[in-house]
Design a protein around this ligand. Structure first.
Ligand code: NAD
Length: 316
């Protein structure tokens, strides 16, 4: 049994990761502060799927103020998912939460990681937003990152901190740059969740810009698989990997697929393009394929169907 820490354990991605690790018989310490970026009740629901497992311990609090050196004592793997996500709120007043939860929190974690006696991996949840409007699509990890949002800046800063602690103190980090993750438990501020909810309430879907933006949507179970590989394969240490869904899709086409799934036309309300949103994202996943054995398994239609079932169970 491996002792593992998952930060952001009650969030969308962290909670799925905990589910799988417990299924695999590991011992998991989940850290989360249940902040109110979105309804903490949703996080409690995520947590309810594993909180009574005998191999699970919850540590509730802000990572910046926890006694991490004690927690890290015999931990072998840390999956660092906790962060302030979301591009749009990272402008203006909101920025402080991004510097604290993304940069400062990661720095504090790395300080403890450098002295942790048994640590063999720290997997950092990075983001495609570090690329901004990348000149080459699909984008590989070699391209120079040029974030177009304050959120992207903070994720890049945190990723670079991981690199510094690796170089100077040997912290065995791996960075995974996720491309738009979706599926059951998706955050309520994310597009598909908002879209399906609007359908249920018979409201028009808010579409930023002309709907011709493209995204590389990645299903949650593929993200979890990439994390497990990054947490175990020695060749991954010190490396950065794109984790995408394997194909680039025009948003307007996704809405057509959604309409087929929900069985009725979807009303669209076009609103101004959001500042900080990249026009196109597409992951070149050949490095993850080669080193992590990563291959996205879930098609967009199949993944959307699963998210639709979950959104219905949440709101109906
Ligand atoms: P989420 O908001 O659902 O989960 C993050 C969790 O971290 C929350 O439950 C929050 O309460 C917790 N948290 C934040 N700061 C904390 C702190 N200082 N101490 C303790 N707990 C704290 O977000 P998510 O969508 O699951 O994203 C997980 C990670 O993946 C984040 O690092 C995010 O930047 C990254 N990411 C997500 C996506 C996506 O599409 N969802 C894409 C790229 C990268």
């Amino acid at each position: 049994m491996t002792k593992i820490i998952v930060t952001g354990a009650a969030g969308f991605i962290g909670s799925h990761l905990v589910n799988i690790l417990l299924q695999q018989g590991e011992e998991v310490i989940g850290i989360d502060e249940f902040n109110d970026y979105y309804d903490p009740l949703l996080k409690r629901k995520n947590l309810a799927t594993f909180e009574n497992s005998p191999n699970f311990t919850l540590v509730e609090g802000d990572i910046q103020f926890l006694d991490l050196s004690k927690l890290f004592q015999d931990v072998e793997i840390v999956y660092h998912q906790a962060a302030q996500a979301g591009v749009r709120n990272s402008w203006g007043q909101g920025f402080r939460a991004y510097t604290e939860r993304n940069i400062n929190t990661t720095q504090v974690l790395l300080e403890s990681a450098k002295d942790a006696p048994n640590l063999r991996r720290l997997v950092f949840a990075s983001s495609s937003s570090v690329y901004g409007d990348a000149e080459t699509l699909p984008t590989d990890e070699e391209i120079s990152p040029k974030p177009v949002s304050p959120y992207g800046i903070t994720k890049l800063a945190a990723e670079r901190l991981c690199g510094l602690y690796h170089k100077n103190f040997g912290v065995p980090f791996v960075s995974l740059r996720y491309f738009t993750v979706y599926g059951p438990r998706q955050r309520p501020d994310m597009a598909f969740h908002k879209f399906f909810k609007a359908v249920l309430q018979d409201e028009a879907i808010p579409v930023y810009g002309d709907g011709q933006q493209t995204r590389d949507f990645t299903f949650i179970s593929d993200i979890v698989a990439a994390n497990l590989a990054a947490g175990s394969l020695p060749e991954a240490v010190g490396e950065i990997f794109n984790v995408g869904g394997g194909s680039r899709v025009v948003l307007a086409e996704v809405l057509d697929t959604m309409a087929e799934i929900v069985g009725k036309p979807i009303k669209r309300n076009h609103i101004d393009k959001a500042m900080g949103d990249a026009r196109h994202t597409a992951a070149d996943v050949s490095k993850a394929q080669k080193i992590l054995g990563y291959r996205p398994q879930v098609s967009l239609r199949e993944g959307l169907q699963q998210e639709w079932e979950w959104v219905k169970s949440l709101y109906l």
